[in-house]
Design a protein around this ligand. Structure first.
Ligand code: SAM
Length: 265
């Protein structure tokens, strides 16, 4: 990797330099020699160099073309280099032999978007070990009724068991970010935590319920594209008080509301 490469803030480049954290990430991924892995943002290779010798196939997606070249020159048949924006790639077209594991020290500015994209493609992944800003990590493990609880919490907890691997202080990176980070491990559940008839519709209801956080469910759902009469009817059927706020509903209640709404629309 070129020594002259200067970290680029716009790409969220905080490179890992602490071997204990790298060890913890690699251990959490429980790698097998025939695993296929996707790494988003390999950067200077802190994780890549440890992943590659341990797996059958490693896909990397890196937006910074100055960093991509060194990986392309490796000519390792196990390494598939995708130069460009991970959010723009068609994951289904590139990852054609599921299941995959996803391992990444994510750029913080796009971590929520990557999570939503991963949730859409959840069938591709069995296990993910991801670094987040601690505040985002807190959101993913949050309980209903707390400020941190949001659409991402509900959707991640529906499909995955989420656990903290390790807290990561700023000095473990170069350059050091201003905030604490944490590594989380997501294991895909054999069945969703609650039964959901139509996952895409469920996600729509959850996102609409959190779209305006300080509003009641009634107002949040009214502002969505769901018909107001069906909202009233469904809420009654599901025994959900529309004066509540979205963040007070647990997974079971969201599932009940989505099911009733689905049959009312
Ligand atoms: N994995 C390396 C490490 O742990 O040291 C680098 C992690 S750094 C936090 C994030 C990496 O993601 C950078 O290499 C950055 O260039 C890359 N990146 C940022 N935005 C990206 C995007 N939209 N798609 C793909 N890679 C991206």
């Amino acid at each position: 990797m070129s020594d002259s490469h200067r970290p680029r803030k716009r790409f969220g480049q905080n490179f890992l330099k602490d071997n204990r954290i790298i060890d913890a990430i690699i251990a959490a991924a429980q790698l097998q020699s025939d695993d296929r892995v996707l790494e988003i943002g390999p950067g200077r290779g802190a994780l890549t160099n440890r992943l590659l010798p341990r797996v059958g196939q490693l896909h990397i997606m890196e937006i910074d073309r100055d960093l991509v070249e060194a990986f392309q020159q490796r000519n390792d048949p196990r390494l598939q280099v995708h130069a460009g924006d991970a959010l723009h790639f068609d994951w289904t077209r590139l990852l054609t032999q599921p299941p995959y594991k996803l391992v990444a020290n994510l750029p913080y500015n796009i971590s929520s978007q990557i999570l939503f994209k991963m949730l859409e493609h959840r069938h591709l992944f069995t296990c993910m070990v991801l670094m987040f800003q601690k505040e985002v990590g807190d959101r993913l493990r949050a309980e209903p009724g707390t400020k941190a609880y949001g659409a991402l919490t509900v959707l991640c907890q529906l499909w995955f068991d989420v656990e903290r691997v390790v807290l990561v202080p700023p000095q473990c990176f170069t350059p050091a970010p201003k905030v604490m980070s944490e590594v989380l491990c997501f294991m895909r559940r054999s069945a969703p935590r609650v039964e959901v008839d139509d996952p895409a519709f469920f996600a729509r209801v959850v996102k609409a319920s959190f779209a305006q956080r300080r509003k009641t469910l009634k107002n949040s759902l009214k502002a969505s594209d769901l018909a107001p009469e069906s909202v009233e009817q469904a809420a009654q059927q599901a025994a959900i008080d529309l004066q509540r706020r979205g963040e007070t509903l647990n997974l079971i209640e969201f599932a009940r509301l989505a099911k009733a709404l689905h049959s009312a629309t």
